[in-house]
Design a binder for this molecule. Structure first.
Ligand code: COA
Length: 263
C-alpha cells in the first residue's frame, strides 16, 4: 500500500492528469486520507491550466474502488461515520464541480462509494471484467455520496431502484447497455490507455467550450427546460468571446486542425 498520508498516485500524460487510488491491498477503498487527497488534487487541478482533463482509476486489476473503507469504519462511532459521510461531500465536491472533463477508468469492481465516485465523473470507461453496484441497502445503509441522486439521472428511476433495492451488480457489458458506462475496453487493452485514446478530442480540444458545455449540461438537471435553455445561452456566451472560437473558424477556412489555447 502507498504512503497513507497521500494514497493517490498522480501522473501527467500530455494535458491529461491520471490519478490512481493506490490502496490495492484494501481494494482501493475510500479512507479518510483518500477523500482528503481527492479534495486537495481537485482544488489544485482547478488552478492548473496545463491540466485539461482528469482520469481517475484504481491500482491493480481487481478493483476500481470497493467503496467505503469498511475496516477503517469498524472502529468508528455513529458520529464518526456521520462526519466521514460529510467528508465525501466536502472532499469529492471539488471533483464534481470541476470545470474540466473527469473520466472514470473503471479497472475492476466499483461498489458503493466506488461507483458513486465514478458517477461523479463526467464519462465512464470500464474494463470488460469490471462489476458495478450499489450494495448499501444490503448492508443496512443507503448510498451516501450522491448515488441515490446521480444514478437515476443516468440510468432512469426504475433501473436505479433495481440496482439500489436489490443490490444488483452489473457486468461492464450490462452497464454499457444501461448507459451507466460510455464504453467497454476490449480485453487485453489497458483501460487507462483506452480512455486516453478515446478522450483525445478532449485533451486537444477547446477548454473554454468544454467547461461551458459541462456547466450547461449539469444545470439541465437543476432547473426547468425554460430556465435550462436560458442557462445554456449564458454558457454559450462564454465561448463566443474566446480566441479558441475564432481559431476554429480560421483553421476551417485554412483546412487545418485548430490549435486551442484555452483563451
Ligand atoms: N474496505 C476495506 N477493505 C476492503 C474492502 C473495503 N471496502 N473491500 C475489500 N477489502 C479488503 C478485504 O478485507 C481483503 O483484505 P484481507 O486480505 O486483509 O482479508 C482484501 O481487500 C481483498 O478483498 P477480498 O474480498 O478478499 O477480494 P476479492 O477479490 O475476493 O473481492 C471485492 C473483491 C471488491 C469484490 C470484495 O472485496 C468486496 O465485495 N468488497 C466489499 C465491497 C462493498 O460492499 N463495498 C460497499 C461498501 S458500502
Amino acid at each position: 500500500m502507498s504512503d497513507e498520508a497521500f494514497p493517490i498516485k498522480t501522473e501527467q500524460r500530455g494535458t491529461v492528469a491520471v490519478w490512481t487510488i493506490d490502496r490495492e491491498a484494501r481494494m482501493n477503498a475510500l479512507s479518510r486520507a483518500t477523500l482528503l487527497a481527492f479534495g486537495k488534487l481537485a482544488r489544485e487541478a482547478a488552478e492548473n491550466a496545463s491540466i485539461r482533463a482528469i482520469i481517475v482509476t484504481g491500482a491493480g486489476e481487481k478493483a476500481f474502488c470497493a467503496g467505503a473503507d469498511l475496516k477503517e469504519r469498524q472502529g468508528m462511532s455513529e458520529n464518526d461515520v456521520r462526519v466521514q459521510v460529510e467528508l465525501y461531500r466536502a472532499e469529492l465536491g471539488p471533483l464534481d464541480r470541476c470545470t474540466k472533463p473527469v473520466v472514470a477508468a473503471i479497472n475492476g469492481a466499483a461498489f458503493g462509494g466506488g461507483l458513486e465516485l465514478a458517477l461523479i465523473c463526467d464519462l465512464r470507461v470500464a474494463a470488460k471484467h469490471a462489476m458495478l453496484g450499489l450494495p448499501e441497502t444490503t448492508l443496512g445503509i443507503i448510498p451516501g455520496a450522491g448515488g441515490t441522486q446521480r444514478l437515476p439521472r443516468i440510468v432512469g428511476e426504475a433501473r436505479a431502484k433495481e440496482m439500489i433495492l436489490l443490490g444488483r451488480r452489473l457486468t461492464a457489458d450490462e452497464a454499457l447497455g444501461w448507459g451507466l458506462v460510455n464504453r467497454v475496453t476490449a480485453p487485453g487493452t489497458n483501460v487507462v490507455d483506452d480512455a486516453m485514446a478515446w478522450i483525445e478530442p478532449i485533451a486537444n480540444g477547446a477548454p473554454i467550450a468544454q467547461a461551458a458545455a459541462l456547466e450547461a449540461i449539469d444545470r439541465a438537471f437543476a432547473s426547468s427546460l425554460d430556465v435550462g435553455l436560458e442557462l445554456e445561452k449564458v454558457s454559450y456566451d462564454k465561448t463566443l468571446v474566446s480566441e479558441d472560437r475564432r481559431e476554429a473558424l480560421v483553421a476551417f477556412a485554412e483546412k487545418r486542425k485548430p490549435v486551442f489555447k484555452g483563451r
